[in-house]
Ligand binder design. Structure first.
Ligand SMILES: NC(=O)c1ccc[n+]([C@@H]2O[C@H](COP(=O)([O-])OP(=O)(O)OC[C@H]3O[C@@H](n4cnc5c(N)ncnc54)[C@H](O)[C@@H]3O)[C@@H](O)[C@H]2O)c1
Ligand SMILES: [Zn+2]
Ligand SMILES: [Zn+2]
Length: 346
């Protein structure tokens, strides 16, 4: 089969690899679409240490079942499916509690680090365990389905915030995660959602897909939020950048007793305005990946409540993968999700 192989850091090439065979409890998926994730771009140059070559990356994918392994029930060849990017064990304490995102034996497709290596979906075929599969409704295209991981991340953060109907919210960062969080907050019943970013093209997109108002981070975001909320602050802020200044702004933008959901994590450490958090009794809630949000994400996308089409920059052939990785790695402006397809996407 054809695959996009990271043969050494910063070197991707189309290679001919053996077509994998599904083992017990696994299925072989013929890949129709696979999105390039920020973590793949960080893995590309070796900086994350989680994509040690040679490795086929890619974990945000959808396609059709080509072959079923032994003991797999409930799925058939030809089914249109997507899969969770996290392979959880189902047996550790966290899995048993339902926190599969926190699985102690968590594996990710398309990742190689230390002893661990699992081929990903930038290829014609990929093998995945059937317990992470989800069937896709006809109205969802494969390319849209490749966005499910990011939509689930947004839904997970919002579900942890426990939004009350009519709440007000602020999203810091209008990137992929921020723009999906905006839509997830709307779907959860927020009456007003403000979005802040430095990049005016991203703010324009935020406005088009439902932001109540967009705030330029070139100016004081906290002052703008206080002005829009009669000096009170918002009920919930989702931090989707992961930097010192945006974490600080999210804490200072919520009302007393408000919640800050921390999703962004570009910086490993930030300073904490401790006395503000304590004296205003603010809840800081970390949010990692997703746990069980895929079915709801599929529903919200199929019904059009969450739109991903405006966030797809291009659907390109797998052969063009090296060029798109270069462009993403170079930080070219105005690129959102790039989806690669080893065949014509339906
Ligand atoms: N917790 C999770 O499960 C999870 C999952 C995916 C991504 N993430 C993290 O979420 C963050 C966002 O991911 P993404 O894919 O949307 O990234 P992205 O690069 O698409 O978006 C980041 C946005 O932040 C904006 N930004 C940068 N500095 C800013 C500032 N000072 N003020 C306001 N806006 C600023 C950028 O202009 C950009 O629009 C990253 O830190 C990523 O690692 C977390
Ligand atoms: Zn991803
Ligand atoms: Zn587990």
């Amino acid at each position: 089969m054809k695959a996009l192989l990271l043969s050494e850091y910063k070197r991707l090439q189309i290679a001919e690899l053996p077509k994998p065979a599904p083992g017990e409890g696994e299925v072989l998926v013929r890949v129709a679409a696979c999105g390039i994730c920020g973590s793949d771009v960080h893995g590309y140059d070796g900086s994350s240490g989680r994509r040690i070559p040679p490795i086929v990356m890619g974990h945000e994918a959808a396609g059709t079942i080509a072959e079923i392994g032994g003991g797999v029930r409930g799925f058939a060849e030809g089914d249109r499916v997507t899969f969770d990017s996290t392979i959880f064990c189902g047996a550790c304490g966290n899995c048993r509690r339902g926190d599969v995102n926190l699985c102690d034996n968590r594996q990710v497709l398309g990742v190689s680090c230390g002893e661990f290596r699992r081929a990903g979906a930038f290829a014609e075929y990929v093998v995945v365990p059937s317990r992470i599969l989800y069937r896709l409704p006809e109205k969802l295209s494969f390319a849209e389905a490749a966005m499910l991981e990011a939509v689930s991340v947004a839904l997970h953060g919002v579900s942890l915030a426990e939004i009350a109907e009519g709440s007000t919210a602020l999203v810091l960062g209008a990137g992929m995660i921020g723009l999906l969080t905006l839509q997830a907050l709307r779907a959860a019943g927020c009456s007003k959602v403000f979005v802040a970013d430095l990049d005016s093209t991203r703010l324009k997109l935020a406005q088009e897909i439902g932001a109540t108002a967009v705030l330029s981070s070139e100016r004081d975001v906290v002052a703008q939020v206080l002005q829009l909320t009669g000096g009170v602050g918002v009920d919930v802020a989702t931090e989707a950048v992961g930097r010192n200044e945006t974490v600080k702004a999210s804490i200072e933008s919520v009302r007393k007793g408000g919640t800050v959901v921390l999703v962004g994590n570009i910086s490993p450490e930030v300073t904490l305005p401790l006395q503000k958090v304590v004296s205003r009794q603010i809840r800081l809630q970390g949010s990692c990946a997703s746990s069980g949000e895929y079915p709801r994400a599929i529903e919200l996308m199929a019904s059009g409540t969450i739109q991903v089409a405006p966030l797809i920059t291009t659907i390109a052939p797998l052969e063009d993968g090296p060029r798109w990785f270069e462009r993403l790695y170079a930080g070219e402006p105005n690129l959102m999700k790039v989806i690669l397809t080893p065949e014509a996407v339906s």
